[in-house]
Design a protein around this ligand. Structure first.
Ligand SMILES: *Cc1c(COP(=O)(O)O)cnc(C)c1O
Length: 407
């Protein structure tokens, strides 16, 4: 496989997503002086002239094939772990109405979750900018993705997770070379440790939206979805929302695609799905607020969306409102029931966060916020295999007579 050592990139500058303050490309950036996320801007006119849809469609290599839409300058800084376009699975069980219910199964990416997209980009840019030590708070999947890509790139990682993070996540982080600590608190408490220690230790803070590049990786979900659906966007997207990078990233992708004329102005309704035990974005959306205050006593089985406070809250809420979508919370019981239902009837083992989108879809269909005629995409952001499952107690003693009539 041949890859060019110099990528053509069209980054023009970076910008504070809140104030518009400008920043130079090819420099190390964290949050803006207003304490808000910084996003990457491209010369889209030049990008649109340089590349066409057909060229993109003919490429392989998963999300790395969108290199012109990405900020990496040198291919040497890229780690490839066998990224592939993730499949879109059409569910059989849908209400009559002529619509389509689709699952974008992100569990097929390296390390089993879509966190690979964001962290692959963050790690490549960290390497390009000469950083050596990365740190982050995580509910599990982001830590695993960072450890895998960074260890391969020769960068050190220190990772903090809530002490009730699924065992498998903590173990995989350690096995992939991350220095991982359990912390008696939630992800925002872990984030505080990174923030307070970074000067002293010399860490670069890779927290969600506290550096500009994870979102560029997550943006590829939007590019990929558009390509797979023939450059037509669906009617509705249900996204399990924690820090919200994926939702914001897809929204950015759609704007960039429209700017180069690859799609029209039609946008899907963006639906932010949270759990009732941790629903700051849903509350802010219902209150008509621009920001989402910290959610106290956050709890849910869907660990990936247990994020009590998000630095990109205003960006999530903006995208949801501009798209005429909505934010919706589902009970843990509905999440677990959705997971069982889809596993037993559709052959797809969703992660709890993915199951939350299915439960939210059912709820929204019932209350009329989506229609059976809609083409709907649910994001399953990790493989269900990474999560604890209900134990099985049935056994058979092969040395005793077996009563086959009971099986
Ligand atoms: C991180 C994560 C989410 C939330 O993603 P954001 O883009 O940070 O909102 C959802 N599901 C899973 C499985 C995750 O790991």
């Amino acid at each position: 496989m041949k890859t060019p050592s110099e990528y053509k990139t069209f980054v023009s500058h970076l910008e504070c997503a809140y104030t518009g303050e400008r920043f130079e490309a090819d420099k190390i950036h964290g949050l803006s002086s207003a304490g808000k996320p910084i996003i990457v801007k491209y010369d889209l006119q030049a990008l649109g002239k340089h590349i066409d849809k057909g060229t993109i469609e003919r490429r392989t290599g998963g999300f790395w094939k969108y290199s012109e839409f990405l900020p990496v300058r040198s291919a040497e800084n890229i780690v490839r772990l066998g990224e592939e376009m993730t499949p879109i699975i059409r569910l059989a069980d849908q209400d009559a109405g002529g619509g389509e219910l689709l699952i974008k199964d992100e569990g097929r990416l390296p390390t089993g979750s879509f966190k690979a997209r964001g962290l692959a980009l963050a790690v490549a840019m960290a390497k390009e900018l000469g950083l050596k030590r990365l740190a982050m708070p995580t509910n599990g999947n982001a830590g695993a993705a960072m450890a895998a890509y960074a260890s391969r790139a020769g960068l050190q990682t220190t990772i903090f997770c809530p002490d009730d993070t699924p065992e498998i996540n903590v173990s995989e982080i350690a096995l992939q070379g991350g220095d991982v600590y359990r912390v008696n608190g939630l992800i925002n408490d872990c984030g505080k440790i990174v923030g307070e220690g970074k000067e002293a230790v010399g860490w670069f803070d890779v927290s969600t939206l506290k550096e500009p590049y994870r979102i560029e990786g997550k943006k590829t979900m939007g590019l990929e979805l558009a390509e797979q659906l023939g450059w037509q966007l669906p009617d509705v997207i249900f996204y399990p929302t924690g820090g919200g990078t994926g939702l914001i990233g897809m929204w950015k992708a759609f704007d960039e695609l429209e700017a180069i004329g690859w799609i029209g102005s039609k946008r899907p309704k963006m639906v932010a799905v949270q759990a009732t035990g941790c629903a700051p974005i849903v509350k802010a959306w219902e209150d008509g607020a621009e920001h989402a205050p910290l959610w106290e006593d956050a709890h849910t089985v869907a660990a990936g969306i247990r994020v009590p406070v998000a630095v990109g809250d205003f960006m999530i809420l903006r995208a949801v409102r501009q798209s005429k979508g909505f934010a919706i919370a589902v009970e843990d019981e509905a999440i677990m029931q959705a997971q069982r239902h889809v596993a037993q009837t559709e052959g797809v083992l969703l992660c709890p966060e993915g199951a939350a989108t299915y439960a939210a879809y059912r709820q929204a269909l019932k209350d009329g916020r989506v229609s059976g005629a809609d083409q709907v995409v649910l994001y399953n952001c990790a493989t269900g295999l990474k999560y604890p499952m209900a134990p099985v107690s049935q056994s058979l003693d092969r040395h005793q007579p077996i009563d086959y009539s009971r099986l």
